[in-house]
Structures are given as structure tokens and as C-alpha cells.
Design a protein around this ligand. Sequence first.
Ligand code: O2Y
Ligand code: MN
Length: 606
Amino acid sequence: MSCCCNSPSNHAKLNAWVDEISVLTEPDSIYWCDGSKAEYDEMVQTLVQSGLATPLAKRPNSFLFRSDPSDVARVESRTYIASKSQDDAGPTNNWIDPVELKAEMSKLYKGSMHGRTMYVIPFSMGPIGSPIAKIGVEITDSPYVVINMHIMARVGTKVLDVLGGVGEFVPCLHSIGKPLLSCQDDNGKWPSAPVEKKYIAHFPEEKLIWSYGSGYGGNALLGKKCLALRIASVIARDEGWLAEHMLILKITRESDGKSKFIAAAFPSACGKTNLAMLVPTIPGWKVETVGDDIAWMRPGKDGKLYAINPEAGFFGVAPGTAEDTNPNAMASIKENTIFTNVALTEDGDIWWEGIGYDAPGKLIDWNGKEWKQDKANKDQKPAAHGNSRFTAPAKQCPAIAPEFEALGGVPIDAILFGGRRPSTIPLVHQAKDWNHGVFMGSIVGSEITAAALDLKVGEVRRDPFAMLPFCGYHMGDYFKHWIEVGKNLPVESQPKIFFVNWFRKKDGKFAWPGYGDNSRVLKWVFEQCDGTGKAVETPIGYIPEIASFDRPESVSVDTLKEILSVDVEGWKKELADVKEKHYPKFGAKLPKELVDKLAEIQKKLG
Ligand code: O2Y
Ligand code: MN
């Protein structure tokens, strides 16, 4: 085997790919990541010396990074599904011809790693050796990406061992798009390319990912949204399983030790991490975390759906995370954590809006400027960026479930869908059957609170299955795939499906306290799965019986009745919106089963 890339692997295809990319991108050197702690520590020290990372005196082995203000979040407008046919990408993805895109991106990649090291990161999405896991290899010129991948995935030599000489892997190519001239360095500044040169590209037929120009989050940590959702959703369709934007939690009734596993899909920034790490307010119940963002669910031999969390860490939104909203997240980030775009305190700690206490003294904001809290100034710019993040190992979460590493996954008893819906949608309702559940998933959305280009305030931005930005193929085919997966599970083994809404408003205020009190809804879900729940049948599905529902003191019986009732007029409008505006987008690929379900509910509502 000829290889110029000093590879520790005997995988000919992998070595050939690494060779090919090094010829294209012209790095100064190539480094194969072994995944060791020594490697992590050394890389972080180099980042500190270069001025990109700031050690945090108050948090052992933790570091702060500030990205370029133009590189702070996923860029959906630059995210592409480059399938051969536009129809396969569907109406909700940016499609681009793969041949054209490759030609364009190859020009950008030419020499893009000049003056930099090219890192090769073998990684496993899912516990190493799990039959549900998949292997990827990310090539990147960003050491920030390497250290984040160390936390977010299982990386290094142990992955190469599983891959062997002929194993399958998803090639993930990443370059920040900032080659260095000789004797240049980054000068302590976050390197990235301007937005018009950024591309986050997926080639579903080849199961290939190319990302250029961004060093941030989902654009650059390619195991997460790119592999574990966009490419995995295509693999899952072809192999008969589900790759979903879902948290996974375990809920246990301590009186008899019975547990249920629940997966839940909410659009981005709707509190998945908080629900995954919930501390129940009802005595006798325990919630443990399996995952906070992604679930891979496969039918098992017993007809149940088995789920793994393909990730090894949390890439959580910092603002709003506090001791009283999510104590488990706060405990998870005490040490060994990477912070990006949060504020820095004088004594070497982090701070962000909604952390639960005032900013101590003078801070350095996420732009690197001095910042002092001025509560009287309503226009004061936040100290932490709204999409600032922590990257923390999942094992540091005090509530991590023992099944987090279960090779065969956990059997899913219930699936929840939800969004931010101030009106109409009740606190919780249950689907009558699998296809009704698929219907619920297909209409997920959040009401918009500020005017946007495409929608007015109060209109619902639909985000089916919370997968709109993450489905690697036509959403109509994706709905069909969900229906097919259900058909292949015996009815008695299918997870029960629910729709939850923590965000109902009454007189302009939230009617439901949320957070730990959401355990009351989970308790009802548990009991419905257990056959002991008390429910009332309505045209939209089953709703909890008011008298037996575990109501928090802060919610009056009248309010509970209101948020657990069917708003018939609201639902008629909801379904008209689905029928007239949402469903027509999917054209002929919209499954008949969903059209029929819509008509059935409309008829029942009268
Ligand atoms: O902005 C980014 O790059 C991160 S987006 C993200 C990160 C963690 C979990 N979920 C999301 C998301 O957008 O759904
Ligand atoms: Mn997410």
C-alpha cells in the first residue's frame, strides 16, 4: 500500500482519501488524532499560546474561545443537499447540483490548508462497537474542532481498530478556509472565511460531507448535525431505521423501580437539554439523561424501537442555563469544558445572561470588549452571544443514565413532539395510533414572536419532526418513511406518541410553570405507557383526566382545565393552515395517510 500520509491505519480507501485531500489542500503537515488525553492537553496548550483560548481559573481544565462575529451559528442559507436530482432534496432544502458544487468547492479547497496542520479525526457516532453506531473520519485544519470532537464523539485509535482495513466510514472534509502565508499566524483571531464563501455541503448518494469557511458548531463539528442527522437520515431511510433530532430520557417510578424511556423532538432552542436533564418536582420520580439532541432508533428483534445517543457530549446553549433552570447542566460544566462566545469575569470564570445572578464587576464580553451590567439600559447589548455554547462531556452530567453507553440502545416507550405554541395546542395530548403520531410530528412548529420576512407575528413556523434544517432528503419521503417504520413494528410494541406544549399563555403570561413541573406531564405519559393512566378521548387524541392529573399548586384548576381542553375553533384554524399552507409544499410526495388523518380530525371537530 502506498501512502504518504504517515497513516496508522491499514484502510486503503481511507489512506487514499487522506492522500487525495492533502494534495488538494496542501497542509504543512498531517496529524492523525489518537484521541488521548495527552493529545487534548497539548492541543489546548497550543491554542492558549496562540491567544485563541483563555484558561478559566475558576473551572479546572476549562477554556474560553471567542469566535469571529461573522461565525457564530449554523448558517442554513449556506447549507446544501447536493443530491443528483433536485426532487430528492425536496422543497425544504437548499439544493445544488453536486458536480457544480464540487467544482466550486474544489477551487476553494485548493491550497486552503497552507501554513496549517491537517488533522485526521477517526470518530464513532455511538458507543464504540455498538451495532447501531456509525464511523466517520473528519479531516480538518482547525485544532478547535479537534478538541470539541474529543468531547462530542468517541475519537482516535480505538475507532481505527473497529474500522479495520475495509470497514465503512463517512468521509467528512472541513477547512476553515483561511490559508496562512509563510511566517503568518492567526494573531489570536478566530480564522474563518466570509459568509459568501461558506459551504456546508452534503452529498447523500456518496454519503459524503464537505464543509468550508466556518469553524463554528454545527458547521464544523461534522459528526453532529451533518453526519448524525442529515447523512444519517438518508442511511436510516435506506436501512429501515430513524435518525432523529430528539433527546432521550429515562424516567423511573421509585416506588416499584419501573422505568420508561422517552424520546422527544422539539425545534432548536425549545428546551431539549432542559427536559433531558429535568429534576422532577414530584416526589418519588427520577429522570436520567441518555441524550439531549440526537437519537438513532432501530427496530429490534422483539419489535421494539431501540435508541442510542450517537454523541458523547453536550453542545448546549449557554444563555438561560442556570442553577434553578438546569442544575444538572450547571454541574456538567464545572470542569473539562470548552466555552465559546460567553463573557469572562475578572476572576477567570464565565457569565451569561440568565445564569441566575448579576454580572460580577467588570466583564469582557464575547467580542473581547469591557462590559459592565447596566440594568437601567434596556438596549444594552448582551455580554454573551445568544448562541454562545458550552461543550461538556456527557459523563460529567450527574443525571447521566447508566444506559448511556448501552451498545444495543434503550427500548423507547414514548415519543414526544412539541414546539412553542402560546395558544390552541394543549399541554399534552396523545395520538390514537402510529399514523396519528406521524401526523403530529408532521405539523410541529413554533409561533413566531417577531415579524420575519416570510411570516407575520402569530403565524406558525412549521418545523416537521424538528427536522426541517436536518433532513437530508425530501420531507414528503421522510413522512412516508416514518409510516413504513410504524408498519414494521407490531402495534403493541410501537412507542406511544404524544404532543406537548409547555408554552401556552394566559393573559400574556405562561400558564404552565415548565422545567421541573414538566415531570407531571412525563408521569402521565409514563402511566399511559403502563396502562394505568386516566385519559379522556377527544377529536384530537387522548387528553389527561383533570381530576387525576398531578397539578402543581401554582396552577389553578381552571387554568389546568383551560390548557387541557380542546380549543375547537383554534384547531379548525390550525388544520386549515396545515391543509392550505403547510401540506401543499410537499406536493405529490405527501403521504395519503396524512391527508386522510387530517380529514378525519377535521370531520370529528365538526
Ligand atoms: O449554532 C450551532 O452551530 C449549533 S446548533 C445546535 C447545537 C446543539 C444542539 N442543537 C443545535 C440545533 O440547532 O438544533
Ligand atoms: Mn439540536
